[in-house]
Design a protein around this ligand. Sequence first.
Ligand code: SF4
Length: 444
Amino acid sequence: MALTGLQIQKLLPGTNCKECGSNTCLAFAMKLAAKKADLSECPYASDEARRVLGEATEPPVRAVALGAKGDIVIGEETVLFRHEKTFVNPTLLALTVRDTDDDASVEAAIASIKDYRFERVGETFEIDMAALHQLGTDGARFVALAEKISGETGKPLVLKSGDAAVLKEASRKIKGSRSVICVPDAASADELLTAAKEDGHALAITGNNLDELFETAHKIRSGGFLNLLLNFTTHSLAEQFQTNTIARTAAIRGGVKPLGFPFLRFINTGSGLDDMAAAVTETAKYGGIVTLPAFDPAMMAALMTLRLNIFTDPQKPIQVEPNIYPIGEPTKESPFFVTTNFSLTYFVVSGEIENSGASAWLAVPECEGMSVLTAWAAGKFNAEKIAAFMKERDADAMVARKRLVIPGYVSQLSGELEEALPGWEILVGPQEAADIESFVKSRL
Ligand code: SF4
């Protein structure tokens, strides 16, 4: 739980020596409470102060780093609802491979993990991980598959088997990949913990209920191992939603540290729609890793879009660089369109121009990532700013026939723009991007 300035002051030396740059220890404590200073700036802080403050500033959900470079991070969340601040690390999507799959299916799954790409608002997404599940009795095949999938995809794995010896061997074979080993039962927890420590992997623990899981997590955490994931056993979508919510609320609002770890969820209901519902619930409600039973591009694209929406910082609109963008292969005869630099607006408008089959120049002035009407209302997208941008980028020299299409929602700018951009014909385009195609066909 966060400490107040007065609570922090009691932990400081109280000499007011000013070496930290603050006039008093109290002033420095206030800065620490507001996260505007770091305790390391006080050379006289005691070990006790470091311990207490370190624990207080630790995020309520631990970060777990995966992948050979440790750059795939889950957890580290500090709020229950996105609008309170932001969610930090997106839910990872893993594709399942079973040791009982035939070779062609294994190759197809590996190809999907390696090659699938999904583009949205200028970002490219891939399948994050593979989940290898032992259903058969051939431990050697499981170990060989772990090595093959890890080697060929370069991505971290989730290893799931009922046989601790097989898991240990597979763990060793993919040492350094910072994967996840799932502990099948309480009896194997200690030996798999040792394997995870030695080979640099995270450990996913499970239990018959939340209390049992709490006890195991508490024991492992008290021993100093923090690379943990929680795998809840639930029997319905409602229970999944409820359990995730209880555990995350306990960690964030109640400071219950054994539940402050990312979640791992295996999804395989036998029905595509139910799988989707479970994956959506997990993505929306605090999931760390979701394993999907099979590759379905429609499901993958929908989940990646949902995830992007949930994990985008609501305080920072996603923006594109202000610029004049060529759409298609514009020439000196092509028209200009103008819109704002809110990513979604830009990609929708540019996509619709492209769909119309026309080539055009798309002028995107700086509007601080706002949509058209918001930017107009805030004075960021007016005739003066658009004209200044067109002049600064020398749009005059780019076309012989000067036509500028403005969004229908700001039709009132047309008169002022004609004055501000002499020689340009200002056309009022449609209000909705979906109507650009018919506008292009009828007016351009
Ligand atoms: S350096 Fe430490 S002891 Fe000195 S004023 Fe700052 S907080 Fe107080």
